[in-house]
Design a protein around this ligand. Structure first.
Ligand code: AMP
Length: 394
């Protein structure tokens, strides 16, 4: 189902409300430590400027829990956006109210203003219809380009669309194209690489992939839950004891559905959960009881690498090991490199795997890196995202 997009809607000389995801990380001096999310919103903002719209930007930042928390103000974002656009972005004191309305009435085409953190109001997260209406009253058209929040049903990304002609922006359109359309009918062989901590957080994703993928490669801490389910001793490795039956069930389903479910053959194990600990690479059958698994081993990297290079579509979600610690980052790096070298379509789900690809300097060799962590996980799991569902179909 195609959603109404930015180019399908009349924006020339209009006051356009744009929900962006400016939920950027700030340090204790309120400096932005990563402006990726602001950069991702630029194509939509620039298109609107080229089309003489007056732009009213809305976003949340952090979790102020419905209260005004000065450290969670979007002010630093207005400053950074002013630099990036080389155009003054005026910061507002709030996101609703008469002062804001008056300020917006005075706007000319090509002006850009940024409203203050929508989550300073408790009504935002409740998707309160009255609050959504007040936001909608500020503009004539609504564009949602906040992919990172698309899995939440809040007033500024769901309720508001009830009151204005609405469309998705370029960023969400791109995410729909890669995570939705492309993966619903992938070019085969289609391989999914999954890692991270918990099987429980990825059950729906695995279930969805069992119906679609040719190969599922498992790394990260979740590999130990599967290995334990297969009867291996995994020492002190992180496992979800309550998910062993489920892991067995998923392994059985893979067999029935003819999906190659590949578990690691070796692992890097350490004495303690820290970088400066004794560590070694062993076969998964050789993990002794007082050691814990912290990465996939090099033989596994080689096996995964071969499968990735032979695939026409690969999607990756979740690091292969504790990549934040140098001694346990080789597995994740190896997979990132294989993704970069794969001639097929490569898609990286947001969150940690996206940070890993970036950390290794390989971002420009990947077809699509999703900007949303939770949102991309839910999208890949085949769930409907409320922020996208709220926009009408074409
Ligand atoms: P997730 O949010 O579930 O995708 O998990 C990401 C986190 O998994 C990263 O912070 C990694 O450090 C962590 N991780 C990956 N492998 C392991 C492991 N073997 N043991 C503990 N944590 C791990």
């Amino acid at each position: 189902m195609k959603k109404v997009g930015l180019k399908d809607i009349e924006v020339i000389n209009k006051k356009v409300l744009v929900r962006v995801d400016f939920n950027v990380p700030l340090n204790d001096k309120s400096e932005i430590t990563d402006d990726k999310r602001i950069i991702s919103a630029l194509p939509t903002i620039k298109y609107l400027l080229e089309n003489n719209a007056a732009i009213i930007l809305l976003s949340h930042l952090g979790r102020p829990k419905g209260k005004i928390i000065p450290e969670m103000s979007l002010k630093p974002v207005a400053i950074r956006l002013t630099e990036l656009l080389q155009k003054k972005v005026k910061m507002m004191k709030d996101c609703i109210g008469n002062d804001i309305k008056n300020e917006i009435e005075k706007m000319n085409s090509g002006d850009v203003i940024l409203l203050e953190n929508t989550r300073f109001h408790p009504e935002e997260k409740k998707n309160d219809p009255e609050f959504a209406k007040q936001l909608a009253n500020l503009g004539e058209v609504y564009i949602n380009d906040a992919f990172g929040t698309a899995h939440r049903a809040h007033a500024s990304n769901v309720g508001i669309a009830n009151y204005l002609p609405s469309a998705v922006g370029f960023l969400i359109e791109k995410e729909i194209r890669y995570l939705g359309e492309l993966l619903s009918n992938p070019e085969r062989p289609f391989t999914a690489v999954l890692g991270g901590v918990k099987v429980s957080g990825k059950i729906e994703l695995i279930n969805n992939l069992l119906d679609k993928a040719d190969n599922i490669l498992i790394g990260g801490a979740m590999m130990f839950t599967f290995l334990k389910a297969e009867g291996f001793s995994v020492g002190k490795s992180l496992i979800e004891i309550g998910k062993l039956e489920l892991a067995k069930e998923l392994l059985n389903q893979a067999k029935t559905k003819d999906v190659q479910f590949v578990l690691p053959v070796d692992a890097v194990i350490g004495k303690e959960f820290k970088n400066d600990t004794k560590f070694k690479t062993v076969l998964v059958s050789e993990i002794s009881k007082d050691w814990l698994g912290l990465d996939i081993g090099e033989r596994t990297v080689e096996i995964f690498r071969k499968i990735i290079l032979q695939s026409n579509t690969v999607v990756w979600n979740g690091p292969m090991g504790v990549f934040e610690m140098e001694n346990f980052s080789a597995g994740t790096r190896g997979i990132a490199k294989a993704m970069a070298e794969c001639p097929g379509i490569t898609i990286v789900g947001g969150g940690d795997s996206a940070s890993a690809i970036e950390q290794f300097g390989l971002s420009d060799k990947i077809t699509h890196i999703s900007t949303g962590g939770g949102a991309s996980l839910e999208f890949l799991a085949g769930k409907e995202l409320p922020g996208i569902a709220a926009i009408p179909d074409k």
